[in-house]
Design a protein around this ligand. Sequence first.
Ligand SMILES: Nc1ncnc2c1ncn2[C@@H]1O[C@H](COP(=O)(O)OP(=O)(O)OP(=O)(O)O)[C@@H](O)[C@H]1O
Ligand SMILES: [Mg+2]
Length: 497
Amino acid sequence: MAVILIVDDDAGLRDGLAETLADLGHRPQMAATGNEALHHLEAHRFDAVLLDLRMPGGLDGIEVLRRIRAGPRPPPVAVLTAYASAENTIEAMRLGAFDHLTKPIGRADLKSLLERMLPQRDPLPGPHDAPEPSAGTFIGASESMRRVQKTVGLAADSDSTVLILGETGTGKELVARALHEHSRRAAKPLVAVNCAAIPAELLESELFGHVKGAFTGAGADRAGAFRDAAGGTLFLDEIGDMPLAMQAKILRVLQERVLTPVGGRAISVDVRVVTATHRDLPSLVASGAFREDLFYRLNVVPIVLPPVRERLADIVPLAEHFLRLSARSGMPKRLTAGAAARLLAHSWPGNVREIKNVIERANVFVRGDIIDADDLELIGRKCRCSSRSGAMARMRSADGARQAREGDDRPRAGGLRRQSRRSRAPSQHQSAAPLRKDAALRLRREAGVRNPDTNCRESRRQERGRLKSFNAFKFARTGTRVAVPVVMATTPSWQGE
Ligand SMILES: Nc1ncnc2c1ncn2[C@@H]1O[C@H](COP(=O)(O)OP(=O)(O)OP(=O)(O)O)[C@@H](O)[C@H]1O
Ligand SMILES: [Mg+2]
């Protein structure tokens, strides 16, 4: 039996958790505020803490977590929140949370959490005396991106070399920046070097610097990127494109933290190295194009960013994020259900960068407040199933998605329709109206969700993801606050509706 402190301002959730804990054979204690929790923790020893993030009364969950972890022999703390975001996930993990989970949490999940947590009753290392991280917008609603956020939080304060892998546009540089911004090195520089963009003969001087007169044209001493990043982080982007000769030199610096400027003497450096590549490093190692010893030296903390087509839950939140960014201080434009379905049906070979570009483009060209499916110019291949799917073809046709919307009986003439949509007054938009069941079913088909009349080879997992994402979007648009299975990584735009 363990003694577990539940900290939550919601009495219903507190009681529910307490009942389940008692049922699992543990002794629950409850606190309704951060202050009350800290009093309990001063007076008693707890085996674990279940901590809500958003609480009234001055002390929010992050601050309570910080104080618990700063104390002697802190118990393991799991953060439970209804408002998971990249920022609070990274911050909680960085501060030493055992895990960061989304409410509501069921009995089985609670049981498994405690099974992992209770063996950790002995204190985990306390937090570092790190500066406050700066805010970086990092959208990630899918399970895989939540895992990435947790890894960033866990790895941020260590000096271990990180290898970020992922297709082009998946956010490798963003992750590198998040690692730096959430680390204790954040006050020092982050220096990024694109190894593919610098000619081989200049790379050594670029990275290690040179002394005056070391070669023709070296008119003055130059520190180089490693020393420019002193105390901070050096981001070696596209490391898979680094010439072999340079790889040997980098290996030495990584091993000994000592470098030799061109024409100069060995100097030690204090720098955290983060690397990234879109290339398949094991294949490069196999073909002899990349040093095996360097690969193992880099692959200390690997972070793999899945392509967007494998994290469907992120697509609509990312699109809405880029709409908010494009709007700057004004009201962001909104996506119709048809537009969301179309986004979900695309395969996104350019990943997040492609979503950003598509949304920016639509934002420029659409004059009204609503972006519909036809406004999204998606170039390149569609999902494998979509090209064979009659439903998808219907969706790509001029009116497919819009016909599915309740009450949409406007004329179908292409040019006129386009013009009228762009100049429509917000009150006329039907997108926020609830979708009728048959219309919703039709949109589901059009989004490529469980399309029964094709031999679709896309995995069931992807289909489930598409359905979840689409449902989340649909509920968002109807303004219904329901427990959708998709966690929005930022405060969803519809929360206030
Ligand atoms: N999870 C995310 N949340 C918000 N914006 C993102 C996310 N991932 C990527 N972006 C944005 O998408 C764009 C591309 O990201 P980034 O440059 O980090 O990708 P990359 O993997 O380094 O690409 P490349 O391999 O082509 O260099 C950037 O504008 C970045 O801010
Ligand atoms: Mg990049």
